[in-house]
Design a protein around this ligand. Structure first.
Ligand code: DX5
Ligand code: ZN
Length: 226
């Protein structure tokens, strides 16, 4: 059982390659490994659930040999079920979908786990924790969006961090085992708030790829930079 991050534990930093130069994704994956960040966050957008388009399973499969990181796939798509086999086959470790996109969230979570991957649920800023309460015993990860999904480089909505606290409290009260991840607007200034709220994982896109000293940034965010 996880107790929540007390502030002394290291945070897992998950740089998002959404903010990398798409003409050199393999180089970006190598920069992530070289920084000491343990995860690579892979934002999948379908132009329907969010007003932007990114990459599919082939991009993840092609990147896999270039990185030792845990592949943290974040599906911002209207039909996540159809992409689960592709990303599971591509070597994704975690596959997270938006509960707002599907009716049968428990089925989607089961599909991911039946494919041998860790299953995550994500909520946008306007979705309360109560909406996913029945799913929490089954989840490996809960991703709290702290911006409206679709684009990197947006400002954090600090109120969303109250949901991180709530999820950490529920986990402790009920003995659940999910990791709590925060995604959107995380940088040196906002990371302490996310850490204080108890986040286990922090996704960072523009802050990571905008930093000259990437290992230094990972350490400043609370992670184990090389
Ligand atoms: C937004 C994505 C985020 C994004 C974070 O839709 O889910 O992962 O890349 O980028 P920053 O850290 O720039 O807010
Ligand atoms: Zn994301």
């Amino acid at each position: 059982m996880r107790e929540g991050n007390s502030g002394t534990e290291k945070i897992i930093i998950a740089p998002s390659i959404l903010s990398a130069d798409f003409s050199n994704l393999a180089g970006a994956a190598r920069e992530i490994d070289a920084s000491g960040a343990q995860w690579l966050h892979f934002d999948v957008m379908d132009g329907r659930f969010v007003p932007n388009l990114t990459f599919g399973p082939k991009a993840a499969a092609d990147l896999r040999p270039h990185s030792k990181a845990v592949f943290d796939v974040h599906l911002m798509t209207g039909d996540p079920d159809s992409l689960v086999p592709g990303f599971a086959g591509a070597g994704a470790d975690y596959i997270t979908f938006h509960t707002e996109a599907v009716i049968h969230s428990h089925r989607t979570l089961s599909l991911i786990q039946a494919a041998g991957r860790k299953g995550g649920i994500s909520i946008v800023p306007s979705t309360p924790v109560s909406r996913i309460e029945e799913l929490l015993p089954f989840a490996d990860l809960v991703l709290v969006m702290t911006v409206n999904p679709g684009f990197g480089g947006q400002e954090i909505i600090p109120r969303c961090l109250e949901k991180v606290k709530r999820l950490v409290d529920i986990r402790k009260e009920r003995g659940y085992g999910y990791l709590v991840s925060v995604d959107g607007g995380i940088n040196e200034t906002t990371a302490p708030m996310a850490r204080e709220a108890g986040a286990d994982v922090m996704v960072a896109g523009s802050a990571f790829f905008g930093a000259k000293d990437k290992a230094g940034l990972v350490r400043k965010l609370g992670g184990e930079g090389l």
